[in-house]
Design a protein around this ligand. Structure first.
Ligand code: AMP
Length: 597
């Protein structure tokens, strides 16, 4: 396949905001393809070379890409910079400048295979002289590119592809292109993806063996499974009712979710909630885990929290987050902030996948296999049968330093549902007793210039929730309070490289910020209540035609959710559920009456 065809498809995808049209375009793009080309196109379309968990990075900063554009176009770097100020996007600039020299393309057209190979070389270049090597490879690629190819090549390497295609859309397209397009097929394809976290692998199996081919995909050490997610309920009584009168309650630890893969040779790999490899940050856990589990290979899940070395008490979460991304001073931090993994699930037991077994069975196995130590312990759990027992355990959990409890179903069928949010797990936090029932994780999609003390920087941000059904980010609030000076000052750094002058594809809002941002940074916010709004688009039309949901008096909690990808943000459906439970709480006897007012 010519790279030009892919670039043309991206151009069309970027121009549409209609879900069905996008699905059709993507299907048309991938239907004629076969592995390995298909696999490459799938990864490229996600802005990557490999599945996210492999952590393959190109390592091309914007400045490096700018240098390559200048060289390929035969102009000064500062001219490229100046032009980019005007276009607002280095990709667009590359399309204009490189295109001037190569209006008709070249005799030696770029192919997807060739470009992919060169991008792999860019990613592999490391050590002394690697920056030059990266620039060199990119310059040569750009020298052969048509304007459109240059635009998407540059956007790809600087990580701002912007075509608005995410996993959910690609799964739709796979269903239409390589199965019968039915809901049942879609469910099977998504299940295979949830198990493997690798779209390329799923596509490969699908093309080789149809839907039956997906059965060859198994849970494997080293390849993370997409995490199971919890629903909410406003009261413990409601949770108990949902669970059918009895349930397991566990401490809800407030830390970092960790999926630990321990191989037979006792090597350990750790993955975060968004499936990034974080092994490097927790050498102490890696050292402790092999001895803590008796049947290897194993895959466990737990929450990693800091413990006070003197009192053994749980410490605030911020102390673990300080360790993320820090390579230096690790030893000192290990002593200062020792962590403990509270294990709450077992998915692979001595090489046997057990994630499909009921939760009670998994917990029983976990209790048998785990040899608790200072660094690795079993999550505190109690099986309860009444609201009194549940309340009692909730108090115990809070006193023990947890942020609440996690209720888990003991009913038949309580398997580990990878990548799914459901009522098999229900969270209940301390704050549910007052105001809005939970915090919301919103994706930053826009910024507003500050005034007064905040002049010269952004004073507020536009946030969106994710709607997987539409594959869209829908705005729900503008948040300016809760930031301290340091947080406000560091936000632009976090948003560097994803600024945009035009609304990014996939963002849906009736608000116009001073600057747009491609979805990347996730912030935790709290608010007084959810209301209907004419300008916000979260769950638009679900309650009243035309109205979206908005969070009133939003406040940043101080927590940037680095462990969440934009698509892991709170979903529109969750927000809708929060709105409904708020209405139920406010007027229990007239359920839904507020909804039409
Ligand atoms: P939230 O991030 O508020 O949606 O809550 C779900 C998160 O709670 C999970 O992703 C885990 O990181 C965390 N968690 C803490 N304790 C537990 C537990 N005992 N079982 C499951 N998840 C837990």
């Amino acid at each position: 396949m010519r790279f030009a065809e892919l670039a043309a498809a991206y151009e069309r995808l970027e121009a549409t905001s209609k879900r069905l049209e996008m699905r059709a375009l993507l299907t048309e793009l991938i239907r004629p393809l076969r592995p390995p080309e298909l696999t490459r196109v799938l990864y490229l379309s996600q802005g990557a070379l490999r599945p996210e968990y492999e952590g393959v990075e190109l390592g091309v900063a914007t400045s490096l890409a700018r240098r390559a554009v200048a060289k390929a176009a035969g102009v000064e770097e500062r001219d490229v910079a100046r032009r980019t100020q005007e276009t607002g996007d280095l990709g667009t600039t590359a399309g204009e400048l490189v295109g001037k020299l190569h209006r008709l393309g070249t005799e030696d057209p770029l192919t997807v295979a060739g470009v992919y190979h060169d991008l792999e070389r860019i990613a592999a270049a490391s050590g002394a002289g690697s920056q030059e090597e990266k620039v060199e490879i990119l310059t040569r690629l750009l020298g052969r590119a048509t304007p459109l190819e240059a635009k998407y090549l540059v956007r790809f390497v600087i990580g701002t592809l912007r075509v608005g295609v995410r996993e959910m859309s690609l799964l739709d397209a796979l269903t239409d292109a390589f199965a019968d397009g039915s809901k049942e097929a879609r469910v099977k394809i998504e299940a295979a993806f949830n198990l493997s976290s690798d779209l390329g692998l799923v596509a490969d199996a699908l093309v080789q063996g149809g839907l039956a081919g997906l059965e060859h995909i198994h849970l494997e050490v080293g390849r993370p499974i997409r995490p199971m997610l919890a629903e909410r309920e406003p009261t413990l009584a409601a949770i108990l009712e949902r669970m059918g009168g009895s349930m397991a309650l566990e401490y809800k630890y407030d830390g970092l979710r960790v999926q630990a893969h321990i191989a037979k040779d006792r090597s350990v790999r750790l993955f975060s909630r968004r499936l990034e490899e974080i092994s490097g940050q927790f050498p102490d856990l890696r050292a402790a885990l092999p001895a803590a589990v008796t049947a290897l290979p194993a895959i466990l899940e737990g929450e990693c929290v800091p413990l006070d070395p003197d009192t053994d008490e749980i410490r605030p979460f911020q102390e673990v987050s300080r360790r993320r991304g820090r390579k230096h001073d690790l030893e000192r931090l290990q002593e200062e902030v020792p962590v403990c993994l509270f294990v709450f699930d077992l998915l692979l037991d001595g090489g046997i996948p057990v994630y499909e077994r009921d939760f009670a069975e998994r917990r029983r196995l976990l209790e048998q296999r785990l040899r608790p130590s200072e660094r690795v312990r079993l999550a505190d759990q109690r099986v309860v049968h009444s609201v009194e027992e549940a309340t009692d355990f909730f108090e115990v959990a809070l006193a023990g330093g947890a942020e609440g409890v996690m209720a888990k179903s003991l009913a038949p069928g309580s398997s580990y549902r990878a990548g799914a949010r459901g009522f098999w797990w229900i969270k209940y936090k301390r704050d549910y007793t007052a105001g809005l029932s939970d915090s919301v994780d919103g994706v930053v999609v826009g910024g507003f210039h500050g005034r007064g003390r905040r002049a010269g920087r952004y004073g507020a941000y536009l946030l969106a929730v994710y709607n997987p059904g539409r594959d869209r980010f829908e705005s729900f609030c503008k948040v300016g309070s809760g930031f301290d000076d340091a947080q406000l000052a560091e936000m632009p750094t976090r948003l560097k490289g994803v600024e945009s002058d035009t609304p990014p594809p996939g963002v849906d809002t009736g608000v116009t910020p001073d600057r747009w941002f491609l979805p990347k940074v996730v912030l935790e916010v709290r608010g007084a209540e959810l209301t209907l709004s004419p300008v916000h688009r979260a769950a638009q039309g679900a309650i009243r035609p035309g109205a979206g949901l908005a969070l009133r008096f939003p406040r940043f909690t101080g927590r940037v959710r680095e462990d969440k990808a934009p698509t892991d943000a709170t979903t529109s459906d969750e927000l809708l559920e929060m709105y409904r439970s708020q209405v139920r709480q406010a007027a229990p006897s007239t359920e839904g009456s507020d909804e039409t007012s």
